[in-house]
Ligand binder design. Structure first.
Ligand SMILES: Nc1ncnc2c1ncn2[C@@H]1O[C@H](COP(=O)(O)OP(=O)(O)OP(=O)(O)O)[C@@H](O)[C@H]1O
Ligand SMILES: [Mg+2]
Length: 325
């Protein structure tokens, strides 16, 4: 793994970055002084609960939004000052974006091939070059035989493969992926991540990916945790990927990255659902747990099966358990 981009500087340098949105009379601070660096060729995952600021951070790095304060550079580009044609050029050539919403990545009325050719047209490439590169990319993502199909004729996983080809069309160095597999089933998600990992090697990409799924974060070299707009632990691959342990007494040991999501909770609600077991952090003043869970889990999601909730008080060493049916 190359340590630096040849100039002795990290490829991405994010220093005390703040992002505030103004909504009416209110200011929402989405990022509260973010510091991190990435080397060229590195793959980093950002995990954090909803509203933590993951998309805000990716949008800044993609040149889709501007930091309110701080310093942010990607290669030779200073994203705080970038404006006009230079900014448009940065978005078009330096970075590729992959969104969670499959439909947001592609134009539904154009074939896969023409979707991939479009960014190259915007960048001024000739027709022959566009077609050659688009075919090469569709082959690289394993979609050659579907090149002439439109997105609605493809599965979600196939559409995300085409979207990856679109993102890479203008040879970007940086791939930003905002929960790229969030709309896919687990098997398709793993396949898409395996593909992204292959393409990273093949094209020397630097990748920053937001995800909720620690198993997918394990594809990255490092995992950063983001909570309430601030970075927490920098977890190494091995820590992030360490499997959970369940002992004979029923005690569960969670990987550090999962634990960090629950750290501030006064207690953890555990719910048995038809598709698995959900751990949900709760604050001490939440005494309407059942009502909340009733709200967020209407009966139709439980397939009518019996639901049980247990409340554990976290971190006091002697869990007080309330079982409810
Ligand atoms: N354009 C915007 N205008 C106002 N507030 C915003 C805007 N975008 C994000 N926010 C707010 O900033 C905070 C961070 O949001 P962000 O979308 O970055 O979180 P996230 O970690 O990507 O969440 P999720 O996992 O739900 O996608 C939230 O409080 C959100 O409501
Ligand atoms: Mg988001």
């Amino acid at each position: 793994m190359p340590a630096h981009n040849g100039s002795g500087q990290p490829y991405i340098n994010c220093k005390n970055v703040v992002k505030a949105y103004t909504v009416g009379d209110h200011e929402i601070v989405a990022l509260r002084g973010i510091d991190f660096t990435m080397t060229r060729g590195e793959m980093v995952a950002i995990v954090g609960p909803s509203g933590a600021g993951k998309s805000s951070l990716l949008n800044l790095l993609g040149g889709l939004d501007t930091p309110t304060a701080g310093r942010l550079t990607v290669g030779d580009f200073n994203l705080v000052d970038l404006r006009g044609r230079l900014l448009a050029d940065y978005r078009l050539r330096q970075v590729g974006f992959l969104w969670q919403q499959v439909g947001r990545n592609l134009l539904p009325h154009r074939s896969a091939l023409r979707n991939v050719m479009l960014p190259m047209m915007l960048a001024g490439a000739g027709w022959g070059e566009r077609r050659r590169r688009a075919k090469e990319l569709l082959e690289a993502v394993g979609i050659s035989e579907h090149a002439h199909k439109r997105p609605p004729q493809l599965s979600g996983g196939q559409q995300q493969r085409v979207a990856i080809a679109v993102a890479l069309a203008n040879h970007p160095h940086l791939l930003l992926a905002d929960e790229p597999t969030g709309a896919l089933d687990h098997q398709s998600a793993v396949q898409v991540l395996e593909l992204i990992a292959d393409l990273r090697e093949r094209y020397g990409l630097t990748i920053l990916m937001a995800t909720h799924d620690m198993q997918l974060a394990a594809f990255a070299d490092r995992t950063l945790t983001l909570r309430d707009g601030a970075l927490g632990q920098d977890l190494t691959h091995s820590e992030a990927a360490a499997p959970p342990v369940l002992d004979k007494e029923g005690r569960i040991q969670l990987p550090a990255a999962v634990r960090s999501q629950l750290d501030e909770a006064a207690r953890i609600a555990v719910e048995i659902r038809p598709e698995g077991i959900l751990l949900r952090p709760e604050q001490a003043d939440e005494d309407d747990t059942d009502a909340v869970l009733q709200d967020i889990l209407p009966r139709k999601h439980t397939n009518g099966s019996r639901r049980r909730f247990f409340h554990w008080f976290a971190r006091d060493g002697h869990p007080k358990e309330e079982a409810r049916s």
